[in-house]
Design a protein around this ligand. Structure first.
Ligand code: BGC
Length: 743
C-alpha cells in the first residue's frame, strides 16, 4: 500500500495544476480553507515578537498570505531581515501545519523593490510614463520582479492602472498619467515584465492590476473619497487600462477603496463579478486593498459591523482579504456554519489561491537563498537600469538657451529637493535611507561639474531656511540649479516638515502652487540676476507659473528614484538628451481643474471656435523639449479608408537636423469628426519613440485600428461609428475614414 505522501496527489508536481488543486481542496477542513483567504502582515521584520505573532496566526488559523514588507515603512527593511523572516515563516507553514501549504508573500514594489533598503528604486509611475517607452517599462518590471522574488515575495501589488483625473489627488505620482491609452500600454508592459513566461521562474511574480475599477478621480482629489462617474467615463476612461493589463495576463486584481456611484468596490457584486469577471473575462484572484473590507462598515457604513462586511465582500466575490486576518476568518467561518454563505463560495476562492501557489511552484520550494538575494537585489546591472529609466523620464519643459550647461559653469545647487534622498525616491519607498545608495541632484552635479559647485539648501519644502545664504551664493555662481517641489509622507517619517498643505495620509492638496517658502527662495535668487534652472522633483504637475516665466530652463524630474540625481545632472550638462514627454497636463492653478487634453467637446462663447486660451494648460500633455532638433515630413496613411475591423498605418518621416543624437516621441491623436454622442476633442491613439543620430533620418510608424476608435454607447457597449476621423500627428492632420461593413 502506498504511504500517505504518495497518495497526496497535490504534492506531485508532474500532475496538472487543476488535479492538484482539487486533491488538496478535498483534504481541507473549512478552517484550513478559510485560512487561505485571509492575509496578515509581517510588521517589524527585526522583532521576533512580530514574527512569532504571524507564526501563531499561521499555525492556529491557517493564515495563507502575508503582506511582507510593511506599509509606509517605519521598520528595518534590510534585505537580510526580509529574507530571514520569509524563510522562517515558510518553514512554519510547511512543517507546523497539517497540510504544509506554503505562504503567498506580497509587496508594494510599485516603482522597483523600494521597500527593501538595498532594492532598486525606479522613477515613480508618472516619471516612468514620461518615458513613453513600453519596452523600457517592461524591462524595469523584469528587474523589479527578479528583486522581489529573490527576497521571497511572490505577488506585487502593481501595476497601477488608475487614470489620473485630478492632480490634487495625492496618489497622482503613482499613476501613468491621464491618457487611458498610455496608461494601458505601460500597465500591460509591466504585467508582461512582472509575470514573464512562467510564474515558476525565479524572476517572475504575480502582477496585481489596481485599483479596480475607478480610483483616479476622487471627489475634490481627496484620496478614497467617492467617485461619481458615468458609464461613459467608466468605460471610456477608467476601464481600458484594466482591459489592457488583463489582456497581458494579470493574474490578480485589487479593488479600489472608493464608493463608485454609491457602491464601495469591495462590497459590490456589480464591480467584482459583473464588470470584472463577466464583462472583462477575468478569472484570476482578487485581493482586497489594505483594510478595504473593514472600511465597508467603518467608513462607508454600508454594513453595521465587521461580520456584515465579511458577508458583503464574500457575496460580491472577493478572494483574499489582505489584512483582516483572524477576525475575518472567524466571521467567515460562522457565516458558512450558520448557512448564510454557501461553502461553494469559499471553495471557489480557495481554488484560485491554491492555483496561484501551484503555478508559482511554491509547493516544490518556498524558500529563498540569502546569497542569491544579495547578488540580485540592488545589483550594479539593476542600478544601471534605474539610471536608464531616469534618463529617459527627464522632461525639459522650457529652455531659453542656457541649457545644456558648459562643464566649467560655476553652479549654486539649492532647494529642498536638491539633496534629499527620501524626497527623491517618492512614495512606497523605505523611510530610512540607511543602507541605501541614492544619488541626489547635488551628488550628480558635483560628480560631473568641472566648475565650482556650491550647495545651499535655502529652504525646506514648507519650513523656511537660510534664504540669504543661498542668495549670496547665487551672486558668485553662473547659474543656480534650484530643485523644488514636494515630498511624500514627510509628516510621519521624515524631517519635521510637510508639503505645507492639507492632508495626513496620501499628500492630497487643495492647491497646486509651490509653497511660499520655496517661492521666497526662488525670488531671492532671481533678484541676484543669476539665471535659475528649475528642477521639479514632484509627484504631480504643479502650477509653477512664476517659475515658467522667470526660469532660464525648467526640468521636470518627477520622483526619479535611486539614480535620479545622476540623470538630472547628465541632462543639465547635455550628457543625456532630454526626451521625456509629459504624461499629464500641467494646469495653471487648481481653479483651472479639470485640465486635460482629452476634454469633451462643448459649446463655446458665440464667435469663438474653441474655449478661451485662459483654460489652456501651462504645459500640455505630451510636451517636452529636446536639445536635438527634429523636422517632420508629410504624414501618410497606408489606407485612407478602413473597415470597422481594419487598421491603418500612419507614417511620418523624421529627420534629426542637429549635430547631436536624440530621441523624440511622435504622438498620434484622433478625433471623431461627427459622432452620435459627444467625443473628446482628441484622444491619444498611438505613439512611436524615434531615436536618431546627428543628421540621421527615419520614419515614425503608428498603427491605428478602427476598433480602438470605438465609442461607448448609452448601454455601455462600444461601437466604431462609420465616418471620418481626423488624425493629428506632428503638427499635421490627415483624414481616416471608417467605412460601414464588417471587415
Ligand atoms: C494602497 C494599495 C496598496 C496596499 C497595500 C493601500 O493603502 O491603497 O495600493 O497596495 O495599501 O500596501
Amino acid at each position: 500500500m502506498a504511504n500517505t505522501d504518495e497518495r497526496r496527489q497535490y504534492r506531485d508536481e508532474t500532475l496538472p495544476v487543476e488535479d492538484r488543486v482539487e486533491d488538496l481542496l478535498d483534504r481541507m477542513t473549512l478552517r484550513e480553507k478559510i485560512g487561505q483567504l485571509v492575509g496578515t502582515w509581517a510588521g517589524d521584520l527585526e522583532s521576533m515578537k512580530d514574527v512569532d505573532d504571524v507564526a501563531t496566526e499561521i499555525v492556529e488559523h491557517g493564515v495563507g498570505a502575508v503582506a511582507s514588507f510593511g506599509w509606509a515603512g517605519a521598520h528595518d527593511q534590510r534585505l537580510e531581515n526580509v529574507v530571514d523572516t520569509v524563510n522562517q515563516l515558510q518553514d512554519v507553514a510547511r512543517s507546523e501545519t497539517r497540510l504544509g501549504i506554503p505562504l503567498l508573500f506580497s509587496v508594494d514594489a510599485v516603482h522597483g523593490h523600494a521597500y527593501v533598503s538595498e532594492g532598486t528604486a525606479f522613477p515613480n509611475g508618472l516619471g516612468m510614463a514620461a518615458t513613453w517607452d513600453e519596452s523600457l517599462t517592461e524591462s524595469v518590471a523584469e528587474v523589479t520582479a527578479a528583486e522581489v522574488r529573490a527576497s521571497g515575495a511572490h505577488q506585487n501589488y502593481s501595476p497601477t492602472c488608475d487614470v489620473a483625473r485630478d492632480p490634487r489627488w495625492g496618489r497622482t505620482f503613482e499613476t501613468f498619467g491621464e491618457s487611458p491609452y498610455l496608461v494601458g500600454q505601460l500597465a500591460a508592459a509591466k504585467v508582461r515584465g512582472y509575470q514573464g513566461d512562467d510564474l515558476r521562474d525565479p524572476d517572475s511574480v504575480v502582477a496585481t492590476a489596481k485599483h479596480f475599477p475607478a480610483y483616479g478621480e476622487p471627489t475634490r482629489g481627496e484620496d478614497a473619497s467617492p467617485v461619481e462617474t458615468s458609464e461613459y467615463v467608466l468605460r471610456n476612461t477608467f476601464l481600458p487600462p484594466f482591459i489592457d493589463a488583463l489582456e497581458a495576463g494579470a493574474e490578480s486584481v485589487m479593488p479600489c477603496y472608493n464608493a463608485i456611484n454609491g457602491d464601495p468596490a469591495h462590497g459590490s457584486r456589480h464591480v467584482l463579478q459583473t464588470l470584472l469577471r463577466e464583462n472583462l473575462g477575468f478569472d484570476g484572484t482578487t485581493v482586497s486593498d489594505w483594510h478595504g473590507v473593514e472600511m465597508l462598515h467603518e467608513s462607508h457604513r454600508v454594513t453595521p459591523d465587521h461580520r456584515g462586511s465579511v458577508r458583503l465582500t464574500r457575496e460580491a466575490g472577493l478572494d483574499i482579504a489582505s489584512v483582516d486576518t483572524v477576525d475575518h476568518a472567524d466571521h467567515l467561518r460562522s457565516l458558512v456554519e450558520e448557512g448564510e454563505i454557501d461553502e461553494s463560495v469559499v471553495d471557489q476562492s480557495v481554488r484560485r489561491v491554491l492555483r496561484l501557489k501551484f503555478e508559482l511552484g511554491l509547493f516544490e520550494d518556498p524558500f529563498v537563498d540569502p546569497s542569491t538575494a544579495t547578488d540580485v537585489v540592488g545589483s550594479d546591472e539593476h542600478r544601471a537600469k534605474a539610471l536608464a529609466a531616469a534618463r529617459k523620464s527627464m522632461t525639459l519643459l522650457s529652455n531659453e538657451g542656457t541649457l545644456p550647461l558648459d562643464d566649467d559653469t560655476d553652479i549654486l545647487v539649492a532647494g529642498p529637493n536638491a539633496d534629499d534622498p527620501i524626497h527623491q525616491l517618492g512614495g512606497w519607498s523605505v523611510p530610512d535611507p540607511e543602507g541605501t545608495d541614492i544619488v541626489t541632484v547635488r551628488d550628480g552635479i558635483e560628480s560631473l561639474a568641472d566648475g565650482t559647485v556650491t550647495y545651499e539648501r535655502g529652504t525646506g519644502i514648507a519650513s523656511t531656511g537660510d534664504v540669504d545664504a543661498a542668495a549670496r551664493a547665487a551672486e558668485d555662481a553662473d547659474v543656480a540649479v534650484v530643485a523644488v517641489g514636494e515630498n511624500w509622507y514627510l509628516h510621519e517619517f521624515g524631517p519635521n516638515e510637510t508639503s505645507g498643505t492639507d492632508n495626513d495620509e496620501f499628500p492630497n492638496r487643495t492647491q497646486l502652487d509651490l509653497s511660499d517658502a520655496q517661492r521666497e527662495l526662488l525670488e531671492a535668487i532671481e533678484a541676484t540676476g543669476t539665471p535659475i534652472i528649475g528642477v521639479l522633483v514632484t509627484g504631480r504637475p504643479l502650477a509653477v507659473n512664476w517659475l515658467a516665466e522667470h526660469a532660464a530652463g525648467l526640468l521636470m524630474a518627477y520622483y526619479p528614484g535611486t539614480m535620479g540625481g545622476r540623470a538630472v545632472a547628465e541632462t543639465l550638462f547635455g550628457d543625456n538628451e532630454p526626451s521625456g514627454r509629459l504624461p499629464i497636463s500641467v494646469p495653471r492653478s487648481a481653479g483651472h481643474l479639470p485640465t486635460r487634453f482629452n476634454y469633451l467637446r462643448h459649446p463655446t462663447p458665440i464667435g469663438e471656435e474653441e474655449h478661451p486660451d485662459s483654460y489652456d494648460p501651462l504645459f500640455a500633455f505630451g510636451h517636452g523639449e529636446s536639445y536635438a532638433e527634429f523636422e517632420f515630413g508629410d504624414v501618410e496613411l497606408s489606407e485612407t479608408t478602413i473597415g470597422p475591423h481594419g487598421t491603418a498605418t500612419v507614417s511620418v518621416p523624421v529627420a534629426n537636423t542637429s549635430d547631436r543624437a536624440g530621441s523624440t516621441v511622435v504622438q498620434a491623436y484622433v478625433s471623431d469628426d461627427v459622432s452620435s454622442r459627444v467625443t473628446p476633442v482628441k484622444e491619444l491613439r498611438g505613439f512611436d519613440r524615434v531615436t536618431l543620430d546627428a543628421g540621421e533620418s527615419g520614419t515614425a510608424t503608428i498603427q491605428i485600428s478602427a476598433q480602438s476608435l470605438g465609442l461607448v454607447q448609452a448601454d455601455g457597449s462600444r461601437t466604431t461609428e462609420p465616418g471620418a476621423y481626423t488624425v493629428k500627428v506632428a503638427g499635421q492632420e490627415a483624414t481616416l475614414t471608417v467605412g460601414p461593413g464588417s471587415d
